[in-house]
Design a protein around this ligand. Structure first.
Ligand SMILES: Cc1ncc(COP(=O)(O)O)c(C=O)c1O
Length: 355
């Protein structure tokens, strides 16, 4: 199993904290935004006498309300098209296991969310990377390049939209190109849409499930972690209209019995979060992004793409080794008794990077 680049420098961060240095954690997608009050209250105020298992696919009431959330986002699904999972992480693992056998391949534009490396290793499948470039903000690589990488072992294309760590938001046209190719080669299109709400500059997210005729191919990975700042709830879901995929994923879900009960109560209540909450969170993230990009651009030799979504930023630094630099920030650097922790980007690639 590969180490997570997001967490591998934790011992250095802990040592810095012990020395009395404040560490700003820019390495991990843990929002500092408050969880919606309605979600917290639902847990505090309920009077469960026994914390029972729920259904393996998740509670009926939660899935029904989730279907209404998707309808509100122009994604037409019903409760049966949803399996609730322990975070988007478990959704990824179940989907990899459900659509691929050991030795199969999934094509993923890189850099990509680092834990795709871990989940593919755990599932015995291999990632075929296709490089997206900082020079065009990590846009979708040419579709012909995808085509060249398809082999008899290729079962799926996975995109993260908006992207972690790139912040790239795939356009409707890019999603349409992908939908043509997955139909042509009979592949699955897996879209990790856990950052769906977080898009900036008046852009709009275009879900793969808005694509007509993609029902048999499209699988969405979703999560409450970032949407409602509920990372510790550990609730996500798989959404697909492909019945066979869902039947198989349910077997994985049955093996782990059920997703957490209290967290489903919180997640169901979170669906009542008013739009005003999102409006203010999006404004806050956009402001932070603008400050970060503006300040980074003042540094000579830095290349940075302006994120259109999510809340990450990948930066090309004028250093020999990003790993050593990130470690140095924690071991030797401080400014006003504080430093930052970042995640070295090599772990967000499956192509070996020099550093
Ligand atoms: C792109 C992406 N997918 C999935 C996850 C998994 O999140 P969780 O398991 O908390 O739902 C994360 C977490 O950072 C992520 O960034």
């Amino acid at each position: 199993m590969p180490q997570s680049p997001i967490r591998k420098l934790v011992p250095y961060a802990e040592a810095a904290k012990k020395r009395g240095t404040k560490v700003f954690h820019l390495n991990i997608g843990q929002p500092d935004i408050q969880t919606p009050q309605c979600a917290l209250d639902a847990v505090k105020k309920n009077n469960l006498k026994v914390i029972e298992y729920s259904l393996s696919e998740g509670s009926e009431t939660y899935r029904t309300k989730l279907a209404a959330y998707y309808a509100h986002n122009d994604i037409v699904v019903n409760a049966d098209d949803i399996i609730v999972t322990t975070g988007g992480s478990e959704a990824l693992l179940f989907v990899f296991g459900s659509v691929m056998d050991v030795g199969d391949e999934v094509i993923i534009p890189e850099p990509f969310y680092a834990n795709y490396n871990g989940f593919s290793t755990a599932s015995g499948i291999s990632i075929t990377p296709i490089i997206s470039k900082i020079d065009n903000n990590f846009a979708l690589p040419p579709i012909e390049d995808f085509e060249k990488l398809i082999t008899t072992k290729t079962k799926a294309i996975l995109i993260c939209n908006p992207g972690n760590p790139t912040g790239y938001l795939y356009s409707k046209e890019e999603v349409k190109k992908l939908s043509v190719i997955v139909k042509k080669y009979d592949l699955f299109l897996i879209a990790d849409e856990v950052y769906r709400e977080f898009v900036y500059d008046n852009t709009k997210h275009y879900s793969i499930l808005k694509e007509n005729e993609l029902d048999d191919h499209a699988i969405i990975i979703d999560s409450v972690s970032k949407r409602y700042s509920m990372c510790g709830a550990r609730i996500g879901c798989i959404v697909s209209k492909n019945k066979e995929v869902m039947r198989t994923a349910l077997k994985f879900a049955q093996a782990r019995l059920s997703p957490p009960t209290y967290a489903q109560i919180a997640s169901e209540a979170a669906l009542d979060t008013p739009q005003i909450y999102f409006d203010s969170v999006i404004r806050e993230y956009a402001t932070r992004r603008d400050i970060l990009i503006k300040e980074l651009k003042k540094v000579d030799g830095i290349k940075v793409a302006k994120p259109k979504g999510a809340f990450y930023c990948i930066v090309q630094l004028p250093v020999k080794s990003a790993d050593s630099f990130a470690q140095w920030l924690l071991e030797a650097f401080e400014y006003n008794n504080a430093t930052i922790m970042v995640a070295p980007a090599a772990g967000f690639y499956s192509t070996p990077v020099l550093d």
